[in-house]
Design a protein around this ligand. Structure first.
Ligand code: HEM
Length: 220
């Protein structure tokens, strides 16, 4: 038996971001499906704030939250996937090379979704807060892409959840627990490589800036 240690890999802000994102995405789908468009636009502003937070946190946040930590080359992702079937446990502290690219893709699709929503106009009841600032044709294009892009988000999120389930059921490695508690069990020999966790107050500061940006956008 190799000795193991519990180390903190995800700070509270990454975990709050992740589960708020999952809840918000579900609620936004439901409001769009049921025609609750005022609420849909309000939740869209909250999603905007969430994404602003995560992008800034990807620059100034904890080690494992930073883009510089988890965005690796597509070659590194392919190399990782080629040997992912092996029996040994992964010893990644944060995202692996393939997971990191998937995170980037998910964030990019979500930014496109919010961006197109902000300038969308269904020509009847609902206008995004920035629709009046762009030409009509752009607003029209954005509105139709908003619907198409949601399907891309569903596909990417489905793949993401499938990967997490493969880890759980095939590799017997639970990645969901750490996304709830923040802590992961790793071989004691690599415990010293645990990421640097940024202070809670730095995250709170970034959250206030992101909330103000969303509020300001809503007042336009
Ligand atoms: C209930 C379903 C879900 C579960 C169980 C789940 C689980 C996880 C886990 C375990 C990780 C960490 C992966 C790792 O260790 O590298 C993660 C990260 C992530 N997930 Fe999910 N996820 C779910 C749904 C979603 C959805 C619907 C989205 C968005 C469309 C999403 C977006 C992300 C993002 C952006 C990250 C990176 C977190 C960060 O670094 O800030 N997840 N998820």
């Amino acid at each position: 038996m190799t000795a193991t240690a519990r180390v903190k890999v995800w700070d509270i802000w990454v975990r709050l971001f992740h589960w708020a994102l999952v809840a918000l995405l579900g609620l936004m789908w439901w409001t769009a499906e049921t025609g609750r468009m005022d609420l849909h636009v309000t939740l869209g502003l909250a999603m905007f704030g969430l994404l602003v937070f995560r992008i800034v946190w990807g620059i100034v946040g904890s080690g494992s939250a930073r883009f510089s930590d988890f965005v690796r080359s597509p070659v590194a992702a392919v190399v990782y996937l080629a040997q992912a079937g092996r029996k040994q446990r992964d010893v990644e502290m944060g995202h692996n090379a393939a997971g990191g690219l998937m995170v980037l893709l998910l964030l990019l699709l979500l930014v496109i979704q919010v961006g197109t929503g902000l300038v969308a106009d269904d020509g009847v009841f609902t206008k995004g807060p920035l629709a009046g600032f762009v030409p009509g044709w752009l607003s029209e294009e954005a509105t139709s892409f908003h619907g198409l892009n949601f399907n891309l988000i569903l596909g990417a999120a489905g793949l993401h959840i499938l990967a997490v389930l493969v880890y759980l059921l095939v590799k017997r490695q639970n990645l969901i627990g750490p996304m709830i508690t923040g802590r992961k069990t790793v071989p004691a020999s690599i415990a010293s490589q645990a990421p640097r966790i940024a202070s809670f107050w730095r995250g709170a500061g970034v959250a206030v800036v992101a909330a103000l940006a969303a509020w300001g956008l809503g007042r336009l």
